[in-house]
Ligand binder design. Structure first.
Ligand code: 5GP
Length: 138
């Protein structure tokens, strides 16, 4: 994996506003927040996308996300938040090191804006897709 800005933040070569750290995870404030309290939670393991991450690092991230969510809500006074996790450039990933965005949502609309162009899932399509995905789970 190529070195990214997050590799340098993990190594302490670039400063950040750190809010949490353990042996597998680092969390720090996003430098261009969508809303007050916007935080990035990253594994120390170098992996570009979530599907390439080890189960150990994924578990460590999953363990701490609820705690961080609670802390961010209490610290900001927000009552809602979104978790955003982009994988791949066409999915809006810019920094190619796995990261979870924790983005407080405020009553005035500040936070993550979403487009959700939903369609309905047909029965045949659903059955075939579920079988295909089940067959690919290792
Ligand atoms: P992505 O689009 O890859 O999911 O989001 C990358 C995020 O990293 C963006 O929200 C951006 O503001 C944040 N970011 C990029 N460079 C830095 C940096 O040097 N420091 C911090 N704290 N955040 C950064």
């Amino acid at each position: 994996m190529a070195t990214t800005i997050f590799t340098k933040i993990i190594a302490g070569e670039i400063p950040c506003f750190r809010v949490y750290e353990d042996d597998k995870v680092l969390a720090f404030l996003d430098i261009s927040p969508l809303s007050r309290g916007h935080t990035l939670v990253i594994p120390k393991e170098p992996a570009e996308t979530l599907d390439q991450l080890s189960e150990e690092s994924a578990a460590a991230l999953g363990r701490v996300l609820p705690r961080l969510g609670r802390a961010i809500l209490r610290a900001t006074g927000a009552t809602a938040f979104n978790i955003l996790q982009n994988n791949g450039a066409i999915a809006h990933q810019v920094v190619m090191h796995v990261h979870f965005h924790v983005i407080p949502k405020y009553a005035d609309g500040a936070g993550l804006g979403l487009q959700w162009p939903a369609r309905s899932l047909g029965a045949d399509e659903g059955k075939a897709l579920a079988i295909a995905i089940v067959g690919q789970i290792g």
